[in-house]
Design a protein around this ligand. Structure first.
Ligand code: DGJ
Length: 787
């Protein structure tokens, strides 16, 4: 709900639990007045205002009629540079006369009954929500800044963005334009960021904010694994369930910046937007520049609530409506099984096995096209290599479909190798400077998607591929960052536009393809999670989270990712052990349990599985399918943080709190371990629940010499007999079924069976081992249909 309180010059935006208040200052600048827990429309707004009582030394009075007021100690919504605000501006312009002074003041506002669409950019699909449009005007010129605010009431989110309109006769150069600016008082806030690199994406960092500027950004042309375009502010005491937390997420997949600045009077400035580094945009007369949208949320009850707001946002308002709540198939992907070296026979063998294990889709990864036998050639040539696949893609898809599986395919359309037909035909389509030998990443160059001709070409060639064969899924990969940033298709004064024009070209291409092929499930990927953001999710409803599929690394990566992203968009595959990325051995059951809190797939040579592994995987898939809706779409809460403890615990709960799945994971086995008590405040204290552990199986290998005590027959762990049976025998872990009142689970907690004590084993012991884990299905007693 949005109200303009005219006599007080206040805009008050409310969601179910939050208020966002903006004021028109006496100087006509737009001020940030309040963002936090909901307060009444009927209010003494004067009491919210922090302002100086006297002229302050060292400041520049904005106007001599009021010597006290200066822009540097004001809380502003759209600050610029040049009139005494010495902090980072939201918008920085270079005008025709060489001046960099811009001064935006209130001009007008409109209350719209809908959210206007943004030109060619991904955005929240909250189009029927009322929106506040505030227009500011530069005091000296006909340059306007439109600010849009859309509260999405039920999920406590406010969407914001800005538009710069040049109604002068001349060009104006944009040197920086952020999607939003918010000034609040710094009260010992801590900043949480999600940082990393290839194969260790979205690791959590938390730090206190001090006076000065703190910035995370990406200069890589993609949002990047280095820093995610999602940040959180909280207090030292804020935890998952208590305390205030603000979240900000940018809907953009290119280079971005998120900036915090604390000035000497402790005002904390927060901004996010397209990276201003190496960006300049010559805005011609009568043109408009559109910034990407940013989503803000506030929770007074900790990080879990904040994350759930973003999770609901993703499922309800970001991903394409046809995929909302749509169960994603359990897939097999051949990458970690074969890499580039496969034959048609091998693929079909893998597919048959995938089917027999209960999988639903077969995905053919890199290596099927052109001369792609390694990563040095072929990108750009999107036609089948018949030497490898004589049936062609169409024939292979048919064959796979006949086996009872859907067929999916991998592409990397934004890229090109020197060694390709496309490069021979169109060397000018590449991003590079003619006087420099371009630097390569993974032996490849980037196609210039700022050039509409390239976008048209890719649209045609991919449309042909998607229509010739029965393709149900497409993994859209992108494996290098941008260097040699220059386009031979753009004039000198417009080169600073290239990276953003590239993004607009990519979004245009994705828009065309996903609309033409609405049934195709697209999965974004960029060397794993190098472009994990809301921009990609707008077109493709899921993302390959990381190239690291090791179960332990994965639970850290997924845990960090859950802060901003729902598990229904997180691709998570079971791979081989030892892991190809870290050479670590982890139990097969844990590899599944981690993947179960994402979109399950298998990515290992399943034709080489032992009997033990095949049987265990069959049971895993049956379990996942039985609980697919809950695992993919339940409300996910974090219980224990693997970055700061030896454990990770998460739970997914349906909206009515009738059923849940709890996952407990440990890093290393602890000798003589403590008791476990797992408090579950998210359950309903008025219900009674039945809790049952998922039946898990050990390979006898786990026991070593203890095998003498674990099996009814005496057997030597070094004997040949032992080696013969260990890969066939399914040794089941403890049973654990309990009926517990909700009030006990909420107030005291769930008590799983006693962990291994180092002396013997029986059915009352929960043997976890290094990287051990369990899943518990929890359901309301009279809702026990799934058992
Ligand atoms: C990088 C991806 O993240 C991998 O999953 C795989 O598809 C390779 N590219 C293929 O080249």
């Amino acid at each position: 709900m949005i109200k303009f309180i005219e006599d007080k010059k206040i805009f008050h935006l409310q969601t179910n639990n939050t208020s966002y208040i903006i004021e028109i200052l006496p100087s006509k600048h737009l001020g940030s007045l309040y963002y936090g827990e909901k307060i009444d429309f009927e209010n003494d707004y004067e009491r919210l205002k922090l302002k100086l009582g006297l002229e302050m030394g060292g400041q520049v009075a904005y106007d001599e009629s009021d010597k006290v007021f200066n822009l540097n100690t004001a809380f502003l919504e759209a600050p610029t540079y040049g009139k005494g605000d010495f902090r980072e501006p939201m918008v920085h312009l270079r005008h025709r006369d060489g001046s960099r002074i811009t001064d935006f003041v209130f001009h007008s506002y409109k209350l719209l009954d809908h959210k206007p669409k943004i030109n060619n950019l991904p955005e929240t699909r909250a189009f029927n929500k009322e929106t506040l449009k505030i227009t500011l005007k530069d005091k000296a010129r006909n340059i306007f800044l439109n600010l849009y605010y859309t509260p999405i009431q039920e999920i406590d989110i406010i969407a914001r963005r800005a538009e710069l309109v040049n109604n002068t006769e001349n060009d104006v150069l944009i040197e920086k334009i952020m999607s939003f600016n918010l000034d609040i008082l710094n009260q010992d806030y801590y900043l949480k960021t999600f940082d990393g690199a290839w194969i260790k994406e979205r690791q959590i960092n938390n730090q206190k904010i001090y006076p000065g500027i703190y910035k995370i950004d990406s200069k890589k042309g993609v949002s990047s694994a280095d820093h995610n375009p999602f940040i959180i502010l909280g207090k030292e005491f804020t935890d998952e369930n208590l305390g205030p937390a603000y979240g900000f997420s940018l809907i953009y997949s290119g280079g971005f910046e998120a900036l915090l600045e604390v000035n000497p009077v402790s005002i904390l400035r927060i901004q996010m937007g397209i990276n201003s580094f190496d960006f300049y945009w010559n805005l011609k007369s009568q043109e408009t520049f559109y910034t990407p949208e940013v989503l803000m949320s506030f929770s007074s009850s900790g990080f879990n609530r904040l994350s759930l707001n973003f999770h609901d946002l993703i499922n309800q308002y970001i991903i394409k409506p046809e995929f909302k709540d749509k169960k994603r198939p359990v897939l097999f992907n051949n990458w970690e099984a074969t890499m580039f070296s496969f034959s048609q026979r091998k693929l079909i063998k893998l597919a048959k096995k995938a089917k027999s294990l209960g999988m639903e889709m077969f995905v053919l990864d890199d290596g099927w096209f052109g001369e792609r036998n390694d990563d040095k050639a072929g990108l750009g040539d999107w036609y089948c290599n018949k030497k490898k696949i004589p049936l062609g893609i169409e024939g292979l898809a048919k064959k796979i479909n006949k086996l009872g599986l859907e067929f999916g395919i991998w592409v990397e359309p934004e890229m090109i190798n020197y060694n390709s037909k496309l490069y021979n035909e169109h060397p000018e389509w590449v991003i590079r400077h003619p006087n420099f030998k371009p630097s390569l990443g993974r032996n490849q160059l980037i196609l210039d998607l700022a050039n509409p001709e390239v976008v048209d070409y890719l649209d045609n060639v991919l449309s042909k591929l998607f229509s010739e064969a029965n393709i149900a899924y497409c993994k859209w990969d992108m494996n290098r960052n941008f260097s040699d940033i220059y386009s031979q298709n753009i004039t000198a004064e417009n080169q600073g536009k290239l990276l953003h024009l590239y993004m607009l070209g990519l979004y245009d291409l994705l828009n065309r393809l996903t609309n033409k092929f609405p049934h195709v499930l697209f999965e974004a990927c960029a060397s794993g999670g190098n472009r994990f953001d809301l921009g990609m999710l707008y077109y493709m409803p899921q993302i390959w989270t990381s190239d690291n599929t090791d179960a332990h690394s994965r639970f850290l990566i997924q845990y960090g990712t859950y802060y901003g992203y729902k598990q229904s968009v997180i691709g998570a595959h079971v791979s081989d052990s030892p892991s190809q990325q870290v050479l670590r051995k982890t139990p097969l059951e844990t590899r599944f349990n981690v993947s179960a809190f994402g979109l399950l797939g298998y990515e290992l040579d399943i034709t080489k599985l032992t009997k033990f592994e095949s049987e265990v995987i069959k049971k895993q898939i049956l379990y996942y399918k039985k609980h697919q809706e809950l695992l993919q779409f339940g409300d996910l809460y974090r219980l224990k943080n693997p970055f700061t403890t030896n454990e990770m615990q998460v739970i997914t709960v349906d909206k009515e709190k009738r059923e849940a799945i709890l996952g407990i994971f440990q890093t290393l086995e602890v000798p003589n371990a403590k008791f476990d008590l797992i408090k579950l405040p998210m359950l309903d204290k008025n219900k009674t629940y039945k809790i049952s552990v998922r039946k898990q199986y050990f390979n006898l290998d786990m026991f070593g010499y203890l095998i003498k005590h674990a099996l009814p027959i005496k057997i030597n762990a070094k004997s040949i007999l032992f080696h013969l049976i260990k890969n066939r025998y399914l040794f089941s872990a403890e049973e654990d079924t309990q009926i517990v009142k909700g009030e006990v689970l909420v107030n005291k907690g769930f008590i799983p069976k006693q962990p291994y004590l180092g002396t013997g084993y029986n059915e009352n012991i929960r043997l976890m081992g290094d990287f051990g884990s369990r899943l518990y299905y929890i359901c309301e007693v009279n809702n026990d249909a799934k058992g």
